[in-house]
Design a protein around this ligand. Structure first.
Ligand code: SAM
Length: 362
């Protein structure tokens, strides 16, 4: 009888043996491991390019060679040339005949004045860099040695300035979908507001609406600038203090915002925030709970899983939030009509209503 065309496969891959048939013959590539190793260097290359003002300088110059750019930035030309080539390899610059130009990605996200600038976010979005080098210890002990809660204002000040443009854009798009422009006179409570992108987004679209904006006192000062810049100072009250403790009116607000605050809090405190939000809402009012969530199987949305790890690396209680977890909190607190919206990629918002009549009422 003729042998199988692949006798070696026959021998090793019987019914009793599981595994992919190529395993013994063609090893998988090491590219995923190299990808991670080089990811570390890639990150620092981008941090350096932003810190040196490379993208802003190329934007002003139009197209430029390494020599004049090095002279303008007052840096070493051969070193800069290499950094520029690295940016080409990432797709942030184009190079033709040694002249470098911005790609649309760099124009939009990496220039300080880009339409959706993330320039300031690059160095702060990871959390404190030193915590990553201690991640194994954090996992060993279950404790972050220097969590951001040790000095929250020092961390959150730069962070909320860096995230403001992105969150304001998300809020603007959400408002168009939810029709804030057709709902005048909304009373808004924005807890852990940062520079208040969500409250500003709502007030910008809904005529005659007003907002109470809360954050830790030092961070809250930063909201004064954005609120004033958007011409909303007379429609806003600033309330400094811990959102777990401040007293606010019950049964009052049309919209309560929990914007990117739950993932640092841990289950117990996040549930408590959701319950406090429910109490603050008037019957029929809406909670906006926005965050970067993971899928329920914790494997189909790597961004959400990895964002959770960023929380684990640098916060005392934070971590991954799955949709099952968060929608469960909302239902348990009494919310109804729970919807999930995604005004910009990965930046998802639960929109949930406090019913006109609470479940406990007869
Ligand atoms: C990731 S930022 C989100 C800011 C803004 N809500 C947004 O969506 O862009 C988290 C904010 O929560 C604030 N925060 C953290 N813990 C707080 C607390 N216990 N009480 C009040 N604000 C707090 C931080 O200062 C920071 O401004």
């Amino acid at each position: 009888m003729a042998d199988s065309p692949f006798p070696e496969l026959k021998k090793t891959h019987t019914m009793a043996r599981t595994g992919r048939p190529w395993r013994d013959f063609k090893p998988p590539p090491s590219a995923p491991v190299w990808g991670i190793i080089q990811g570390f260097g890639s990150y620092w290359m981008l941090v350096a390019a932003v810190e040196l003002g490379v993208f802003d300088a190329i934007e002003s110059a139009g197209g430029v060679a390494a020599g004049p750019l090095a002279a303008q930035l007052n840096v070493s030309e051969p070193h800069l040339a290499h950094l520029l080539d690295a940016m080409v390899s990432f797709g942030f610059l184009d190079q033709v005949d040694d002249v470098y130009e911005l790609t649309e990605t760099a124009e939009r996200y990496l220039c300080t004045n880009g339409a959706a600038s993330m320039a300031a976010l690059v160095s702060v979005a990871t959390g404190p860099h030193s915590n990553w080098t201690h991640l194994a210890d954090t996992i060993r002990t279950g404790h972050v040695a220097t969590p951001i809660e040790d000095d929250p204002e020092a961390f959150y000040g730069p962070l909320v300035q860096a995230t403001f443009p992105t969150q304001l854009r998300a809020a603007g798009r959400l408002g168009v979908a939810l029709g804030w422009a057709r709902r005048p006179g909304l009373r808004v409570l924005d807890l852990g507001a940062g520079q208040a992108p969500w409250a500003i987004g709502i007030l910008g679209q809904s005529p005659d609406s007003t907002a109470v904006i809360n954050d830790l006192s030092d961070v809250l000062e930063l909201a004064t600038e954005t609120v004033t810049r958007h011409g909303l100072a007379d429609r806003v009250e600033l309330w400094g203090g811990d959102f777990h403790e401040i007293e606010f009116e019950r049964d009052t607000y049309d919209i309560v915002v929990l914007g990117h605050v739950c993932r640092t809090e841990g289950e117990e405190r996040a549930v408590s925030l959701v319950r406090r939000a429910f109490q603050a809402l008037a019957p029929g009012g809406q909670l906006l709970l926005t965050d970067y969530f993971a899928d329920n199987d914790r494997k189909f949305n790597p961004f959400g899983v990895q964002m959770g790890m960023t929380m684990l690396a640098s916060t005392a209680r934070g971590g991954m939030l799955t949709h099952a977890q968060v929608s469960g909190w909302l239902r348990d607190a009494g919310f109804e009509s729970i919807r999930l919206m995604e005004p910009i990629g990965f930046n998802q918002v639960y929109v949930a209503e406090r019913p006109e009549r609470d479940r406990s009422e007869p």
